[in-house]
Design a protein around this ligand. Structure first.
Ligand SMILES: [Zn+2]
Length: 65
């Protein structure tokens, strides 16, 4: 049994709801950790990763830090 849970996003500091459905999804996937980011930040991160992935030469990699 899962219940909606309020978590605080690590990136933007806002509270977000980790829904029962998402918790079930995590359990099915075998994820051990709770999400640390809200959906918006997760998607923003995914978009960034996608951009880096598209041009993954050494220069871009070195500039990321
Ligand atoms: Zn966030």
């Amino acid at each position: 049994m899962y219940q909606d849970k309020v978590l605080v996003c690590k990136d933007c500091g806002k509270e977000f709801v980790w829904t029962a459905g998402e918790q079930q999804f995590y359990a099915e996937k075998g994820f051990q950790n709770e999400p640390v980011r809200c959906k918006e930040c997760r998607e923003a991160k995914k978009r960034r990763n996608h951009q880096y992935g598209a041009r993954r030469d050494k220069k871009a990699f070195g500039m990321s830090r």
